[in-house]
Write a protein that binds this ligand. Structure first.
Ligand code: SF4
Ligand code: SF4
Length: 108
């Protein structure tokens, strides 16, 4: 379930608002807010698409875990699912050279 939108990392691009299939986020004049957390499907799309690793989606789908942003930061959990899929630089086996990430830009 979506847990955190980091104000320190977010660049207010609203990509997460656009890609979320469950309309969990609301736009604001600043960073998006988690307006309907209970509707989250734990699909990780927002985390994968976020260009700055500003979102954290916990694997627990039954309800909020109450994890803090500080703990997510300290444990290196921001963007961890996306990195595991090879969407970010630093992934071994050359995935950083995979051009298919450009599909993301075309889709939003
Ligand atoms: S995990 Fe999926 S359903 Fe939940 S907020 Fe992100 S995009 Fe929306
Ligand atoms: S996709 Fe990431 S950077 Fe863009 S608005 Fe959402 S949380 Fe902020």
């Amino acid at each position: 379930m979506i847990e955190i939108v980091s104000a320190n990392r977010c660049i207010e691009c609203d990509i997460c608002v656009k890609v979320c299939p469950a309309d969990v986020f609301d736009r604001t004049d600043g960073i998006p807010v988690i307006a309907r957390q209970d509707d989250c499907q734990t699909c990780y799309l927002c985390e994968i698409y976020c260009p700055t690793d500003a979102l954290y989606v916990a694997e627990q789908a039954d309800g909020p875990t109450g994890i803090s942003e500080a703990e997510v930061q300290d444990r290196g959990l921001f963007g961890i699912y996306a990195r595991a899929l090879g969407w970010k630089r630093g992934k071994p086996a050359g995935s950083q050279f995979d051009p298919t990430h450009r599909i993301r830009v075309a889709q939003v």
